[in-house]
Ligand binder design. Structure first.
Ligand SMILES: [Cu+2]
Length: 113
């Protein structure tokens, strides 16, 4: 339940940007990219439900089935702070009542200079 990549990777740059995503787990995942608009810890911003904190998703890839790949293109990544979030529930709990994956660690952030 993690986004595994290097947030300091020098290939993360502004401009047209593409993510190659690989689901190596055994649950269905999604990738939602937000530009973070406020300065606070990312979990605090997500849980606040404040629509001004994260804004509209800049990119959404859903569903990403176990063992599959997906590509997500972003036409223009501006300099700033970004978050990758998976909101899907833990599928080991019946009826979709499991905690969302971001609570279990599927949230990550990176900066674009
Ligand atoms: Cu997930």
């Amino acid at each position: 339940m993690v986004f595994s990549y290097d947030p300091t990777d020098s290939r993360i740059k502004s401009g047209k940007f593409g993510f190659d995503v690989e689901n190596k787990g055994d649950q269905v995942h999604e990738v939602v990219l937000f530009q973070v608009k406020k300065e606070a810890p990312i979990m605090e911003l997500i849980e606040s439900g404040d629509p001004g904190a994260l804004g509209f998703p800049m990119g959404v890839k859903l569903p990403i089935l176990p063992g599959t790949d997906a590509k997500m293109s972003i036409p223009a990544l501006e300099p700033g702070r970004y978050a990758l979030v998976c909101h899907l529930p833990d599928q080991s709990v019946p009826r979709g009542e499991g905690p969302p994956h971001f609570v279990l660690g599927m949230v990550s952030e990176f900066r674009v200079e």
